[in-house]
Design a protein around this ligand. Structure first.
Ligand SMILES: Nc1ncnc2c1ncn2[C@@H]1O[C@H](COP(=O)(O)OP(=O)(O)OP(=O)(O)O)[C@@H](O)[C@H]1O
Length: 275
């Protein structure tokens, strides 16, 4: 799904140049859940923004499903973003004057979905995150955890292939953090999503089968890193809504694209990591 090669990102701050990413090589497969962990200011959000086509690298390539996001026109980039990526942020980013239902519907406006279909799909998305009975509430009338659920519904109502979450539990207490990460994990398993979560929090990172550690803009993966390979998510009209089977340790066991025996690609990526 993703292949990043030699990715650097530099910012200029006054007279100083900051190398936010410094030679990142990384591959992320369909259906992977990758946590990006690391100290503050070391490039986590920058990497997430490149993966979500919100920004471009200074050099290197970010290939997503065969397209180098670094080279696409703004128009194509916006189209890929709208079609393929959903975003969740630490501070929810809901529109305060709109109800939960209306906030979720906003994600469908750029896709030119009819008003009736918007209403139906937003109601389903809210039900999927356990908020069917809160659809008429404004964000201020919801708890932090509920607001994040609305934000997750808004991210998923467009049925993206990839969900990118930047510190999704960073503004929540421990119990709510566990609820939200459990919700994300369930959605990841059930929908065959590719999930990429940025987090400071090791408790959250450890829930992901893959962890990328980022330090000074360089990425390293665990020695035992393995890509999870699962079939592409179910589409709206598809029938493959089946949750992947569990392994002995309770972890999701990947299936081959043909739905046959579980496989991984069998390679570790440490050779390609920057450290
Ligand atoms: N738009 C920008 N202009 C200038 N410098 C930037 C910009 N965005 C990020 N940086 C710098 O790039 C470096 C990496 O920032 P980034 O936000 O990716 O770190 P992070 O690991 O996500 O940090 P945090 O955990 O605090 O969110 C930092 O030094 C930051 O100040």
């Amino acid at each position: 799904m993703y292949a990043l090669t030699g990715v650097t990102k530099r910012f200029t701050k006054g007279r100083k140049e900051v190398r936010a990413l410094d030679g990142v090589d990384l591959s992320i497969g369909d259906g992977d859940w990758l946590a990006i962990q690391g100290p503050t200011g070391h490039g986590k959000t920058t990497l997430l923004q490149l993966l979500g086509a919100l920004d471009r690298p200074t050099s290197g390539s970010v290939v997503f499903d065969g397209d180098d996001l670094a080279k696409l026109s703004e128009r194509r980039l916006a189209a890929v973003r709208a079609r393929s990526f959903g975003f969740v942020f630490q501070f929810f980013n809901l529109i305060p004057t709109l109800t939960a239902q209306e906030n979720v519907e906003t994600a469908l406006v750029p896709l030119k979905v009819s008003a009736k279909a918007r209403r139906e799909r937003a109601a389903t998305a809210l039900a999927d995150v356990g908020l069917a009975d809160r659809s008429g509430h404004l964000p201020a009338e919801l708890s932090g955890g509920q607001q994040q659920r609305v934000a997750i519904a808004r991210a998923l109502v467009t049925e993206p292939a990839v969900l990118l979450a930047d510190e999704p539990t960073g503004n929540l207490d421990e119990d709510t953090r566990d609820e939200i990460i459990g919700l994300l994990e369930g959605l990841w398993k059930d929908r065959g999503l590719t999930l990429i979560t940025v987090t400071h929090d090791s408790t959250v990172a450890r829930r992901a089968p893959r962890i990328a550690w980022i330090s000074k803009g360089r990425v390293s993966l665990r020695k035992d890193d393995r890509r999870v390979q699962r079939p592409r998510r179910a589409t709206r009209k598809g029938t493959d809504g089946e949750a992947p089977p569990k392994g002995d340790d309770g972890a999701t066991v990947p299936k081959s694209a043909g739905g046959a025996s579980p496989v991984t690609d069998g390679t570790t990526e440490e050779e390609t990591a920057a450290e």
